[in-house]
Design a protein around this ligand. Structure first.
Ligand code: ZN
Length: 364
């Protein structure tokens, strides 16, 4: 299997090498900023001038929030990257990985999409919400497509790195605080949210273990564990392939937004981020989603660091709306850093008040 992975990576490297030849060496910043923020192109509207964009970014940078994961088009990254640099903001391209809800794309690549245990494709029946159109991680064309997409992003001058998100399967379990919104009590594995049972995945597992995962009885814990690990590995392989290629060709940062702890991620969304060979992970420690208090943020940070198989930085993702009051906001930052986080990422930029930014500035 290792040989297969190596040759798979080699082929992908060759495939994108020609399109990378014009890349000139870009020095990446030495470190990720301690305080970062998630933001989207919508925050900039359609009429902001370059000067206004510069002022918008400087409001954060002047208060010690000097890194941004920005979700935007490639064209917007090209425009904003030099402004970010001049404003003291380290800019990363934030782009969802395993969901792709574009309808024309879906129609053209229907077989790339994941299938649940009820044999329904995400392309026909999205789980939970309309944009939940998940790729199957076993489809080789998916990996090739993603590598090319992220390589194109990483080639943009002035971007410090790429930021993966939705790098997992569909939620088998929603966070407990969100289940009532969908009238669900998820106290067992529900087939409608259990992916991927497409023929590729079933055949792939059968080739290694001699059985169809559809036929594993609930009582067969060893069989269930093998099927779980087989699926975890599909996502790990995609992440590590993307990271290896981006690092080799651009030296830029590869980071990922992930679920709270490796153990929770494995159970809820079949994401084993402890094995992700990226520069940093940003677990989304949104305490109200889980009906937890602020101190839970620090507990997750500690567990995440302790159970990390591949060493990397960890920035604690904090939901600003969960900690609006200054004493909660301070405590969230404190518990993350005291428990070993390398930094904090705020979700999202638009929610941060001037008072909160003044608190962040005191950490300079
Ligand atoms: Zn599949």
């Amino acid at each position: 299997m290792k040989t297969f992975v190596r040759s798979f990576v080699a082929i992908l490297l060759l495939a994108i090498a020609s399109s990378c030849t014009h890349v000139h060496a870009q020095v990446r910043p030495d470190t990720l900023p301690a305080f970062m923020v998630w933001d989207t192109q919508a925050s900039f509207g359609t009429t902001m001038t370059d000067e206004e964009i510069g002022r918008y970014l400087k409001r954060f940078a002047d208060h010690n929030v000097t890194g941004m994961f920005l979700r935007a088009t490639n064209e917007f990254y090209q425009r904003i990257a030099p402004i970010a640099r001049a404003s003291g903001m380290q800019l990363h391209a934030w782009r969802p990985t395993m969901i792709h809800p574009d309808s024309a794309f879906m129609a053209a690549h229907k077989h790339w999409y994941a299938v649940n245990k009820d044999n329904e494709s995400c392309a026909d029946t999205p789980p939970y919400v309309g944009y939940y159109r998940w790729f199957c991680p076993s489809e080789p064309e998916v990996a090739r497509y993603l590598v090319n997409e992220y390589a194109a992003l990483a080639r943009i001058d002035g971007l410090a790195g790429i930021h993966l998100d939705y790098i997992r399967y569909c939620d088998l379990y929603l966070p407990v605080g969100l289940q009532p919104q969908y009238n669900l009590v998820q106290d067992h594995e529900m087939p409608a949210y259990d992916y991927c049972y497409c023929s590729r995945c079933r055949d792939g597992f059968r080739a290694e273990y001699g059985r169809d995962p559809m036929d594993i009885p609930a009582a067969d814990s060893m069989g269930r564990q093998q099927w779980l690990e087989w699926r975890l590995e599909r996502i790990v392989r995609i992440v590590n392939t993307i990271a290896r290629i981006i690092h080799a060709h651009t030296g830029k940062y590869v980071t990922a937004a992930v679920f709270p702890t490796p153990a929770m991620s494995v159970t809820m969304v079949r994401q084993d981020w402890s094995k992700f060979e990226v520069d940093a992970v940003c677990p989304m420690l949104y305490n109200n989603f889980y009906k937890e208090d602020v101190d839970w943020i620090g507990e997750c940070v500690q567990e995440g660091i302790a159970t990390m198989e591949y060493r990397k930085a960890l920035h604690a993702g904090i939901m600003v709306h969960d900690v609006m009051e200054p004493h909660l906001f301070k405590r969230a930052i404190r518990t993350a850093l005291d428990n070993g986080a390398n930094g904090v990422v705020f979700f999202a930029a638009g929610a941060l008040t001037d008072e909160q930014l003044r608190i962040v500035r005191t950490y300079r």
